[in-house]
Write a protein that binds this ligand. Structure first.
Ligand code: SF4
Length: 383
């Protein structure tokens, strides 16, 4: 893995999975259980359990885990610190929507959005700093690609959301990978995060949704993982000419290939894929668009989510008015497709779909190899 963070000139292309990523290990949520076992070599075996439980069941930073001896907490803290440094926090919708802008150790920045609904909460997490997919209507795509996030940087967003939800007596029930970045381009780290959300943080697999703009090989891979997570395909156009214009990666993975992936996902997991459709005035909201979309949805055995488009700087068009969205939804239903109009949350703090594009001043740090077990000549269990 390349450990330095640099910008890639890959607009509209797919960054390889080993493309620039933050130094691994800087977040305590990055190492796997096995890696922590090695790092804690020489400590009593129950220390590993105490650390893991503190990180994942109690959402504590290592220095807050009081069951660990002070010396061990200090040694862990010298090498592992939370990666997300709060830059700004905004709220909207009477406090029901919260958006964090985080500065990362290498100077990149990402955003996370938390939405509360009746004592349950959903967090929308970022999987990359920036995005290389270059979808023209998306603020993240307009800003360009910086790097993949580490497992720790992804999971810390969820930990922050869990802590925030608990403050208002809500429970974080859903996690959606629909923030900044293309999750499937950072597949291994996203999948490891998903597994830990399910196994260690108690989030139900069916309450986790991974979105993609249409990376077909990774969609097939996800179908074969044996997980019950949801898959959301950001479709936005149902013919290849228009879709390639809106979502450039369509040139590589056209609609027929994506329909095949949706069918396979349904066959293998028993779960319908959802087709995300940002309603763009005069672009993809005509009767002919509804007819094409209904046909694609029927073939893909998929459900459609209609999303009122949010304004973004740099994209000249506007969202479809509400009455025409209603008519579009009716036309889909009349043609045998299932469609839902999604409520828009957080528009006034740029926290809605397609609006995430964090930017903060950059600062750099480095990483180093560490072991955290007792110093040579000592035995574990110090308190
Ligand atoms: S819509 Fe998604 S995939 Fe497209 S540029 Fe924005 S973040 Fe990337």
């Amino acid at each position: 893995m390349t450990e330095n963070s640099t910008s890639l000139e890959l607009q509209g292309d797919i960054p390889p999975e080993d493309s620039p990523s933050a130094p691994p290990g800087s977040s305590p949520w990055t190492p796997s259980l096995e890696e922590w076992q090695t790092l804690l070599d020489g400590e009593p075996s129950y220390r590993l359990d105490q650390l893991w439980r503190g990180l994942y069941s109690e959402q504590l930073e290592p220095n807050e885990i009081s069951t660990l001896p002070k010396g061990l907490r200090q040694r862990i803290g010298e090498h592992f610190k939370p990666s997300l440094d709060l830059a700004t926090k905004q709220s909207a919708d009477d406090g029901k929507t919260i958006k964090w802008l985080w500065a990362l150790p290498d100077g990149s920045s990402i955003e996370t959005v938390l939405m509360h609904y009746n004592r349950r909460s959903t967090v929308c997490v970022s999987s990359q700093a920036g995005c290389a997919m270059a979808c023209g209507f998306c603020a993240t795509g307009q800003a360009g690609y910086e790097r993949h996030l580490t497992v720790g940087e992804i999971l810390e967003q969820v930990v922050s959301a869990q802590r925030q939800a608990a403050e208002i007596d809500s429970r974080l029930s859903n996690v959606v990978f629909m923030g900044m970045g293309e999750p499937m381009a950072n597949y291994d780290r996203v999948l490891e995060s998903v597994r830990r959300l399910i196994t260690d943080m108690g989030i139900g697999a069916r309450k986790i949704t991974v979105s993609t703009v249409g990376l077909a090989p990774q969609m097939r891979r996800l179908a074969g993982e044996g997980l019950q997570v949801g898959l959301a395909l950001s479709l936005h156009a149902a013919n290849d000419d228009l879709r390639t214009e809106l979502v450039p990666v369509n040139k590589r993975h056209p609609i027929d290939e994506l329909i095949d992936c949706c069918q396979q996902f349904r066959r293998t997991t028993g779960r319908r894929v959802s087709l995300e459709w940002a309603m763009i005035d005069g672009v993809n909201d005509r009767d002919s668009d509804a007819d094409e979309l209904a046909s694609v949805a029927r073939r893909a055995h998929a459900h459609i989510n209609l999303i009122p488009l949010n304004p973004t700087p740099g994209w000249p068009t506007v969202g479809t008015p509400p009455d025409r969205i209603d008519a579009f939804a009716r036309r889909l239903t009349d043609r045998g497709a299932n469609a839902t109009i999604r409520a828009n949350r957080g528009t006034d703090i740029d926290a809605a779909c397609g609006q995430l594009a964090g930017s903060v001043a950059k600062h750099k740090t480095g990483a180093q190899a560490v072991t955290l077990g007792p110093s040579p000549g000592t035995k574990g269990g110090r308190t």
